[in-house]
Unconditional design. Sequence first.
Lengths: 543, 307, 325
Amino acid sequence: MRTKRIAGTAAVLSGALLLTACGGGGGGGAEAGADGGGTFSVYIGEPENPLIPGNTSETEGGQVVDALWTGLVEYDRETNEAVYTGVAESVESEDQKTWTITLKDGWTFHDGTPVTAQSYADTWNYVANSENAQGNSYFFANVEGYEDLQAEEGGSPAGTEMSGLEVVDDRTLRVTLTDPYAQYPTTLGYTAFFPMPQAFFDNPEGFGEQPIGNGPFKADEAFQEGQGVTLTRYEEFGGDEPAKAAGVEFRVYTEINTAYNDLQAGSLDVVDQIPPDAIASAEDQFGERFKTTPRGDITSLGFPTYDERFADPQVRRAISMAIDRQAITDAIFQGARTPAASFVSPVIDGHREDACDVCELNVEEANRLLDEAGFDKSEPVDLWFNAGAGHEEWMQAVGNQLRENLGVEYQLRGDLQFAEYLPKQDDKGMTGPFRSGWIMDYPVMENMLGPTYSTAALPPAGSNVTFYSNEEFDAKLQEGNGAESIDAAIQAYQEAEDLLVADMPAAPLFFGLVQYAHSENVSDVYVNSFGRVEVEDVVVGSE
Amino acid sequence: MGRYVLRRLLLTVPVLLGASLLIFAMVYALPGDPIRALGGDRPLSEAVQAQLRAEYNLDDPLLIQYLKYLAGLVQGDFGTDFSGRPVLDTILDRLPVTVRLALVAVGFEILIGILAGVLAGLRRGSFFDNLVLVSTTVVVSIPVFVLGFLAQYVFGVRLGWFPIAGITQGWYSYVLPGLVLAALSLAYVARLTRTSLAENLQSDYVRTARAKGLSETTVVGKHALRNSLIPVVTFIGADLGALLGGAIVTESVFNIPGLGRAVYDAVLRQEGAVVVGIVTLFVFFYIFFNLVVDVLYAALDPRIRYE
Amino acid sequence: MNEPRTETLDEPTRGEGEHRESFSDRVDDRAEELASAAAAGDIEQAGLWRDAWRQLRRNPFFIVGAVLFLVFAVMAVAPQVFTSVDPRDCSLARSGDGPQPGAPFGYDIQGCDYYANVVHGARISLAIGFLAVLGTLVIGVVVGALAGYYGGWIDSLLARVTDIFYGLPLILGAIILLSVLPERGVLEVSLALIAFGWMTAMRLVRSNVIGVKQADYVQAARALGARTGRIITKHILPNAMAPVLVYSTIAVGTIIASEATLTFLGVGLQLPEISWGLQINAAQNRLRDAPHLILFPSFFLSLTVLAFILMGDALRDALDPKLRR
């Protein structure tokens, strides 16, 4: 039998990708060009779906889609607040429920047709309609009339247009939500909201291979599966300034080690991920060209709150206190993660560094709580995670710490592939703590709390796999969503987070970092907190 | 011989049909829910999941699914993966890449493996024989991943003799990966050749040939070696089939878009049409190359007759 | 491989020296058949083994191989002989540290003593390697002998089944097989490796049987009315086994290594179980900054393979009269 062994790292990636939204990937191969800018190359993994924004929810395809499209809003590098450098001139509401989106003039698709309010309405209706089976459909679930576009078992949807979308004129779109949502404008920078041209609706077939977007780069050639694509600068770009480089090549790799070797040899320009064993040497080797930025994600140890053994919040808080997060981030992740003491990523406005009072190692207190709760230490604890995604090492480290600090034996249960693991998780099948990961869709506190801990997000509809359900928590989220100001919203969200800390349905463990490096051929490389290379800013050639 | 070959080829059709049903059933038997897995930690909306299940006939019983697949096949439709990409496109894109890599690897096996085996077998116990022994054991124990990584780092990054990854430089791109891919089989080929040759050199007909005063070259080349090659040919034949089945690790390390990685991913995603399409092709390769090997037996050993 | 021999049926019996010996266990069974003297065969077999043993004892290669094998066997049965350190005593503070006084192999990623881990890994690795190769051999020899000897539709059927098994990706079969089995231990993992690894052995045996069955001594035995089972086991197999034995001695190593592959796919052993395969698998992520992690288990695996190859070669030489010097 031919050995079929794959580097863990590659799998870590693909596993992590499935997390959901956003992401990174990037890399390129630089050719100095005389045409003002030259072309550079960026590493990506294989995209899972055709390059259609409504169907791209993972990081690799997301990287290419982000280069081809520009959203209604964009995010500030420092604060991650929504800034109006995209297609929208303004997004306003009196009651946080009915929103008026006003578009700027002069934005066109790569085929020359204008970007209008109708483009958005058509695209959003298409993506929302369940018959089109678009992965990002649920992002429109808060728009009035979304339900009409969802087919009943075996039937067809009642309608094809959401009643909450109203095209007022070419440059004005009115959106009515089912419930008030103060931070709605901030969500609009996400991939799912990108517009598609009439050409797509005329012929959706094949569009995803050579998409037509409205962004800084355009596709002159089709995406080659397993290899990648080279995009060129779109000269009629509607934004403030066109891309700096003449082109960008997204080169598909299955193995990050290979991409890193290519980078070292100078045949690839940007790698937005460093193999774990190269992190220590990368700084020496790349100096200024090796950088680290925070990424908007969190890894937690979820608890099966439905399991009698883990039903008591004190047990869950005790286990959280038995984990030395710093030791794991140093030894296992080589500093590619930071210890988490909050449910909300540090890149999001409203994050508090020490929101969690039981996220520091405290062996004595942990044992005291555990004994008080009458936890049976003689029985081993099962630790669950999905197979082949590189979670073994840190999970084993967690297990070793539980044994050492609490005297509880552990058994790793990392033998199920996603296809089997996820349904089991949805079906309350976890017999012990499990890996739980989340990448933010947009930098809003609610996005780190609601989708994973609210009652509305219980499986099978959502991702609340700990099956935590607390009316008070739900009410606080509602309060934040309907708040009049962002400050008031954050206040309410933080109170909701405090409830989570008290109940500990999951123990926050680590926040992600993007570590990236680039060749000498390029400068001004920046990877944002979505883990995406901001390709339009990259400059090719020495300055 | 002609009739034998023809009969074998005709037999291929029912075998492939049976194989495809078996593979289809195996994908069907894979535990779990592929559509739930598509969304990852964040499930797709229920209506979208239902739509996808309907599109890929996943709610049908096994036989109905298979018949629908066959019905499509008759019209030249090999089905699609879950992202809507036709399986035929995937195969046509990746097959030439896999074939090239396999040919280069088998070339190395034949060239280096047989040569090392012959030299070792001619002088059993010599320094060279022991060198082959030691290198064999080392190669077997080094995981392909490590071997590939080291080769890539030394010859690609450090020395710059070969491209590091990708297939942009034509056949030259396949040299290093082909060598790495062949490494494990090289060990088998070398040892099989060595043992087989050593055994044949002691046999009576070789003694007879020597006694008749034939030159050593003739004895070894024409008599002993020819007879020694049957197990080697058997192994290489089977191995060529295996190589055409793709090499996930080598393909990954050298970033070669071949069939191995595609079928691996498809199995994990439980994309029935992709798995059945590609794996049935693999089975065909084995059948074909084993036919070639069986014909070669007859050429190598006149006593073997097929009718 | 046994080519157009010039000998006639009678020649061997009239031959001399090694030739007589060489064919005694093949063709002289004729006498045994005729006389129905089962005991005679046993005596001859015993003589053969005794000769072989006498030869092996003098073969330095065999001795080196046997000593290596014994060392690993003891390591597998009683790892405490080699180390008194608890392989599960870990501390992340020393994660990935290299060899140093007190820790000859350094520490692994979890900060456990690596020497103790590698020593304790011998048990599972050897057990899987041994079981899986044994199973592979049994299935390969039985199926290969049947296909090669009978030919015709039996051969077609068995050979095509083999082709299908060849085509099936290991991962597909292993996931299904191991998701059906309730446990996930050494036996189950070996079973998966056997189920998708017997085909090459089968083809090697089949091809040799096809060659050998045309040999004169087999024809002779058949002409003399020997039972088919006896012809296969006594006359054909002993002369068709050499390639598959060579293959097996190497396969022990590849199988031990591929155990880790199954783990990676989520269908193998689960940590915190200890085996060389798991160690090699984990080490791959740390080639650049902790190369000792790949070095030591690979080295132990190399020595194991070496032991099997040395012993296998010597044994084969000793049992094959043609090669006696």
